[in-house]
Design a protein. Structure first.
Length: 160
């Protein structure tokens, strides 16, 4: 998002304010904006912004894919880690795939590192989408959501 002075008198100064929403970023980011002017020597001026975005909680991956054949054991996991010094607690508050997927929360390092393991329960072919929402004790990140997608296929008989 940008705000700027629309008209600047010759030899005068103007103000450009750029705003970057960092909610979806983690680590190093670089953003560039182009400023179009009527200055014959500088028709386009680039403004660059570099930053390092620190997150209090990291989730990897943010979405889990459970794909495979009906009858097979299909499990995938996501890691949730505290990135700040405060101890992290997780509490499930909403799960949209009851009956299709089971999950369990494993503590790898108390208050710091957790693994959420998802296991397909569907015995029939089909697709599904849903999520697990976890409440945290961090005021800046009160919830963490992990998306889940499933694609269960029927095993085709082997023919010669």
């Amino acid at each position: 998002m940008a705000r700027f002075d629309r008209a600047i008198p010759p030899g005068g100064e103007g103000k450009i304010v750029l705003k970057v929403d960092t909610k979806r970023f983690k680590g190093s980011i670089n953003k560039t904006a182009r400023v179009y002017t009527n200055d014959p020597g500088n028709k386009i001026v680039k403004i660059s912004l570099s930053a390092f975005v620190k997150v209090s909680i990291s989730v990897s991956p943010k979405s889990v894919y459970l794909g495979g054949f009906a009858g097979d054991t299909i499990e995938r996991a996501a890691a949730v880690r505290a990135q700040s010094p405060a101890r992290l607690s997780l509490k499930p508050v909403d799960f949209s795939l009851s009956g299709k997927v089971d999950y369990r929360i494993e503590t790898l390092e108390k208050g710091r590192h957790y693994r959420i393991v998802f296991k397909n329960k569907c015995a029939e072919e089909g697709r599904y989408k849903g999520f697990l929402r976890l409440q945290t004790n961090y005021p800046d990140k009160p919830e963490v959501t992990i998306r889940i997608t499933g694609n269960i296929r029927k095993r085709q008989p082997f023919t010669n």
